[in-house]
Design a protein around this ligand. Structure first.
Ligand code: FES
Length: 575
């Protein structure tokens, strides 16, 4: 008989029509890996390892993996590592987001199909943590997220450097002719010098903090630098915590709840975190039927102060955040705004955690709630006829002199069109115009790349223009900055109003009123809509994962998840 309460290698037996034989066979094959009989009887903690030679951010995982294994053994379990897809942000074409759902499917299915009582998720680079949390939420096996930790900074002459806000800063200076060919090539070798994720509050660090805020990571582990000995101790503790969950199982569905998702949104806003995190948190929550509403985001944003002074919004790096007090300090400052009854993988509530006396906090980096760096949250959702289902602006990383204005649209039909024309000396553009990029959303051939940070045309950057309103259905790297309206939904490829914008149209942006409108009358829009033809490649001309992706990907307000990966009773909002 199959035993549903079985542990270790007796879980989820391969079906040979004879359960006892299946268990016998499995143990004899497991024994071939050199395990003693004693270990073969232990509960199993799987370790989802996203190490890859194509992922520089995870290059220390072999050492971290050893630490996790030590912790599991200490906790009385048998650690069994298994590989999953890895998503190295810089090494994937057309963009890593396209493969996030594939990694989540891999993670979910391998957790479910293999015999493990709990799992440690070893991820870090931008899309890996969302993919693992999505997969773990769907598999709903007790899980502990362990992140890679951030890189250390480096130096160029007297300046500190950290990937990748400084990559963009120096590249902008190079485009403006202020940095030479020689210097830009020297800097190339100094931007990313250690293992770990990008050194600023980009997507990876934001998602690490969100995992901790949700309760899926151990308290205090989000910001520990990748190369610090504490990161290895966090690995050991995560393995131990996962082993503890064998006696007291806590499933992701008990941790990721409406209240913990709201806490995570508060943290995201207080961090001035990455815009990508909205999409990822929406997708993670969606796996458990929890809806993240952009209207609710705005309500939370208006009442959540920005508390950290980190790049790309501020001036410090993740290692400074760690030494300044990290997530514990942020959560303590936010305490009156948080739901304290949410649970973490330790079995403690957030309230229990925050009872502990604060250690040293450097308030130059983590502000007190009553003396915040900004009184309102870093992100705001915009609505209007240009984005009926919302768009996102990272107001904390934008120039507020551009927040209330009307501008003339300068339209780029695609990424290729942008690349071909943006530096054309004859491009008809001034600093008062709005650059509009179409066809870079989730359904586009580019799969919603981080291309929303449109380069400022050389003719303007040479004149010293540092920011200009930019609007698109693309995403933006968490390490970028500027007055950039992203995730316009519905996207152009799905027939959204964005597809109808033409050169010379007027667009009104009001951050105060949270709106973005195309100032073209409805009759004219109807006329344009009836003439519009989708440019996306038809399904029958695609194959493999590309076809699955094109058929199933949802819009940004649904987290760009696949419809069929959400719980079966979720009402489909497939466009
Ligand atoms: Fe991996 Fe930035 S490239 S986190």
């Amino acid at each position: 008989m199959a035993d549903e309460s079985a542990h270790g290698f007796a879980r989820g037996l391969t079906n040979y029509g004879d359960f006892d034989f299946s268990l016998y066979l499995r143990k004899s094959f497991a024994a071939s890996m050199g395990y003693s009989r004693e270990l073969l009887e232990k509960p199993i903690i799987g370790i989802a390892n996203s190490f890859s030679g194509f992922n520089n951010c995870h290059r220390h995982f072999p050492e971290l993996l050893d630490a996790v294994k030590r912790g599991v053994l200490l906790g009385g379990g048998l650690p069994v590592e298994f590989p999953t897809i890895s998503l190295g942000e810089i090494f994937l074409a057309p963009t890593s987001l396209k493969f996030r759902n594939l990694m989540s499917m891999d993670t979910e299915e391998m957790i479910r199909a293999q015999p493990m009582d709990a799992v440690v998720l070893l991820g870090g680079c931008d899309k890996t943590v969302p993919a693992q949390l999505m997969g773990a939420a769907s598999a709903d096996v007790p899980a502990v997220q362990l992140v890679a930790g951030p890189m250390m900074t480096s130096r160029h002459n007297a300046e500190r450097l950290g990937a990748c806000t400084d990559c963009r800063r120096f590249w902008g200076q190079y485009r403006a002719g202020k940095v030479s060919d020689t210097e830009i090539s020297q800097i190339e070798g100094k931007l990313a010098t250690t293992a770990g994720t990008c050194a600023v509050m980009g997507t990876a660090s934001t998602m690490a903090c969100i995992a901790e805020a949700l309760g899926m990571s151990l308290p205090g582990t989000a910001a520990i630098p990748a190369v610090h000995a504490d990161r290895l101790r966090a690995g050991e503790a995560s393995g131990f915590a996962a082993a503890q969950m064998i006696q007291h199982p806590i499933r992701p569905s008990q941790i990721i709840t409406k209240n913990s998702v709201e806490n995570a949104l508060r943290v995201l806003l207080a961090l001035g975190g990455s815009t990508n995190a909205i999409i990822h948190l929406t997708a993670i929550a969606g796996r458990l039927n929890i809806r993240v509403s952009l209207q609710r985001l705005n309500q939370l944003s208006d009442t959540t102060p920005v508390l950290v002074n980190l790049k790309p919004v501020g001036s410090n790096y993740m290692e400074d955040f760690f030494y300044a007090g990290g997530m514990g300090a942020v959560l303590r400052e936010l305490k009156p705004l948080l739901h304290l009854d949410t649970m973490s993988v330790t079995g403690e509530t957030l309230g229990d955690r925050l009872e502990i006396d604060p250690s040293y906090v450097d308030h130059r980096i983590i502000a007190k709630a009553d003396e915040p760096f900004e009184p309102q949250g870093g992100l705001v959702a915009l609505f209007g006829n240009l984005a009926p289902k919302g768009a996102i602006l990272k107001r904390s990383a934008a120039d507020n002199r551009l927040f209330e204005r009307e501008g003339r649209a300068v339209v780029f039909e695609s990424l290729a069109d942008l690349a071909n024309r943006v530096d054309d000396p004859d491009l008809d553009i001034t600093e008062d115009d709005f650059m509009v990029l179409k066809n870079a959303g989730p359904k586009s051939a580019s799969g919603m790349p981080e291309a929303g940070y449109l380069p400022i045309p050389k003719k303007l950057s040479a004149k010293g223009v540092k920011d200009i309103v930019r609007i698109s259905d693309a995403r933006m790297s968490g390490t970028a900055f500027g007055t950039i309206v992203l995730h316009v939904t519905p996207e152009a490829e799905a027939g959204g109003t964005l597809a109808l914008v033409q050169n010379g149209d007027r667009i009104r942006l009001s951050v105060a009123n949270k709106c973005i409108d195309l100032l073209v009358d409805d009759d004219e829009l109807d006329r344009r809509r009836s003439a519009w033809v989708p440019g996306v490649m038809p399904l029958n001309a695609r194959r493999g994962y590309d076809r699955l992706y094109a058929a199933e990907v949802l819009q940004a307000d649904d987290g760009c998840d696949f419809a069929f990966l959400r719980p079966v009773d979720t009402e489909s909002t497939h466009p």
